[in-house]
Design a protein. Structure first.
Length: 128
């Protein structure tokens, strides 16, 4: 693979990371109820994860036979996590509401915020 193609892939990966950060902030805003708390939490987790990953990989990348393949595997795992994020978020918020408000109010805040579709937006539902 050429150096230009690698630069293009790393740039696309960075843009995807920024898009994920924005999406996760919007989801957490629904859960936490305030945009400032959500943005703070996402930034702490995002930057802390980057710092921890850089420290961990900095020590181990010297011993890896192909560090680029390890990076590709991590990117693939992040992509898979992004694919299931909505379903996990809805299930956790439904469980949270169920635990705090009882069985009758188990509708998630994500479903209530999406008033246009009511029954189509969420793949994981409890008692709808």
């Amino acid at each position: 693979m050429t150096r230009g193609a690698l630069y293009l892939l790393f740039t696309a990966s960075g843009f995807a990371g920024l898009i994920y950060e924005s999406i996760w902030t919007n989801y957490l805003k629904l859960f936490l109820g305030h945009a400032a708390y959500a943005q703070s939490l996402v930034l702490v987790v995002f930057m802390g994860g980057m710092a921890a990953g850089a420290a961990w990989c900095g020590k181990r990348s010297v011993r890896m036979a192909n560090p680029l393949m390890a990076y590709a595997a991590v990117e693939a795992l992040v992509g898979l996590a992004a694919l299931v994020f909505h379903a996990v978020f809805v299930a956790l918020t439904d469980f949270s509401r169920l635990a705090t408000n009882g069985w009758r109010s188990a509708r998630s805040s994500a479903c209530r915020a999406c008033s246009s579709c009511r029954s189509r937006c969420c793949s994981v539902r409890l008692f709808h």
